[in-house]
Design a protein around this ligand. Structure first.
Ligand code: UN1
Length: 505
């Protein structure tokens, strides 16, 4: 135990150091509280004129798209520098506002720095293609152009990293950005915006309105989704949210990147390295108090190793440290709020009713902090994949089931609505390769001997089915942030038509 931390005072000191105006987070109508203690730490002003902010972002886009991409990369390089300088403060603010343990708060800022580095390189690699044409004296090519205003809707659990994936790519791709952060984590958003503004000031020649923050509730998010001048909305959150956002965007033919729920599974095969599996499962299922979209939620364990692995896992669940992430080195911090706690208890009740045997799951009280919701992570041995196992509950619940036939395990693994992340633990290459094959895991992320969470930024991030199908972050995810033009140039003196068509006038 170290000294008691005054969360309100510390948040204020960090915001001051990061250059956020006090006016933005004091005296406003939107309360923000820390899950660490349950105390209110700020009162934010809600953005009143979303339309004006989006119009300004559009005007900024019209200029920014003309700045050469490698110059745009320079702005993102400066953002990376500013983030490096602010890492300790911003990481701590993530812990204060989202309840993450220290190394995960810092890890989240590292993820921001990493995507900046990636985007800087990308700013010189927005490659198009040259394509063979069937017509003599012609050249065909593909060019990538800036798209427009990019709206970003982010969730509380990765309050800043997910913004940075979108912001860094959107900016090098020549777009302006408008960000609606979760109502649960607006302070880290104000801080990130201030950090970006510092980079913009150093850059010197960026148009005003290039990056805007919209503070507010659902109505503000809806205004962003419905505004005709927003070309793309990248939204991270629940499948329920995606079901509303997706059709609204489709209605006006705007683009969507949806990164929604996950109900991530793992298969532990007879040959698995059980020590490694234990650690991977523990981090995947209990890390971030089970509040990652990539959290491991379902585990299929082969009958031959079940009695070796599961008792050890249970011990880990019984002994993992749960507590205040600001004052202790606990590995599991608080749930975001009471609703998350209630949702967890409801799922555990349903699991018991379906024959589940629960280890853990009870509230861990912090003295004098009745509004903070700490829980012991729950491991639930289930007789079959049924009831709450089929749904994502955003809390640390791991459902464990036995299997004896690999194909059956694979079938059950894929038999849920979401399709984000997945893992197999095996030293048998036939099983590993099968898991990664066309008839293997149906998720956007499929791992071998690694847990489901903690992806690096270099790969495309996202998933299939009810996860929404969008891809963010690395690989060629940038293409969703640009518009593609196919150009055919005739440098001959004739006009041959494609497909041999003749049209002589
Ligand atoms: C999320 O939970 O929305 O792979 C994102 C991970 C992190 C990102 C999670 N890099 O767990």
């Amino acid at each position: 135990m170290t000294q008691a931390v005054d969360v309100k005072q510390e948040a204020a000191a960090i915001l001051d150091r990061l250059g956020v105006e006090r006016d933005a987070w004091t005296g406003g109508e939107m309360a923000s509280s820390s899950p660490v203690t349950g105390e209110e730490i700020a009162r934010l002003k809600v953005t009143s004129d979303t339309s004006a902010a989006i119009e300004a972002a559009h005007a900024a886009f019209l200029e920014w798209r003309l700045v050469p991409a490698p110059r745009r990369g320079e702005l993102v390089r400066l953002l990376g520098e500013e983030l490096r300088a602010a890492k300790a403060d911003l990481g701590r603010l993530v812990s204060l506002e989202a309840g993450k343990i220290t190394s995960e708060g810092l890890g989240e800022v590292q993820e921001m720095i990493d995507i900046c580095d990636f985007a800087v390189g990308l700013s010189r690699q927005l490659y198009g293609l040259t394509i063979a044409t069937e017509r003599p004296g012609h050249r065909m090519m593909e060019t990538w152009h800036p798209l427009g205003v990019v709206g970003i809707i982010s969730a509380f659990n990765f309050p800043v990293a997910v913004w940075s994936w979108n912001a860094a790519l959107a900016l090098v791709c020549g777009n302006s950005i408008v960000w609606k952060p979760s109502e649960k984590t607006p302070l880290t958003a104000l801080a990130s915006q201030a950090i970006l503004e510092r980079a913009i000031a150093r850059f010197g020649e960026a148009p005003k309105g290039l990056s805007t923050l919209l503070i507010g509730d659902r109505a503000v998010g809806e205004a962003l989704v419905d505004h005709p001048k927003v070309a793309l909305v990248s939204a991270t959150g629940s499948t329920r949210m995606g079901r509303e956002v997706g059709p609204r965007l489709a209605k006006r033919f705007a683009r969507a990147i949806l990164e929604l729920g996950g109900n991530n599974g793992g298969i532990v095969c007879p040959s698995a390295d059980l020590d490694m599996t234990l650690r991977a499962v523990a981090f995947g299922a209990m890390g971030t108090a089970g509040q990652r979209c990539t959290t491991l939620r379902r585990l299929f364990v082969h009958v031959d190793v079940y009695d070796q692995l599961v008792p050890r896992l249970k011990k880990a669940y019984e002994s993992v440290s749960v507590g205040n992430p600001l004052e202790t080195s606990a590995l599991v911090g608080p749930l975001i709020d009471k609703a998350a706690f209630d949702g967890m208890q409801k799922a555990l009740e349903a699991a018991r009713a379906a024959g589940g045997v629960v280890t853990g799951g009870e509230r861990v009280r912090e003295a004098g902090k009745d509004e903070a919701f700490y829980v012991r992570p729950a491991l639930v041995e289930m007789p079959e994949q049924a009831g709450p196992v089929l749904e994502e509950t955003f809390a640390p619940i791991l459902y464990v089931m036995r299997y004896s036939d690999f194909d059956e395990a694979l079938r059950l693994h894929n038999a849920v609505a979401a399709g984000l992340s997945s893992s197999i633990f095996t030293l048998n290459m036939q099983e590993a390769e099968r898991f990664l094959a066309a008839d293997g895991s149906d998720c956007g992320i499929a791992n071998v001997n690694i847990g489901t969470s903690g992806a690096e930024i270099g790969g495309a991030f996202g998933g299939e089915k009810e996860t929404g199908g969008g891809r963010e972050s690395g690989s060629d995810a940038w293409k969703a942030y640009m518009r593609r033009a196919t150009n055919t140039v005739n440098y001959s003196k004739a006009l041959p038509l494609a497909q041999g068509v003749s049209f002589d006038i």
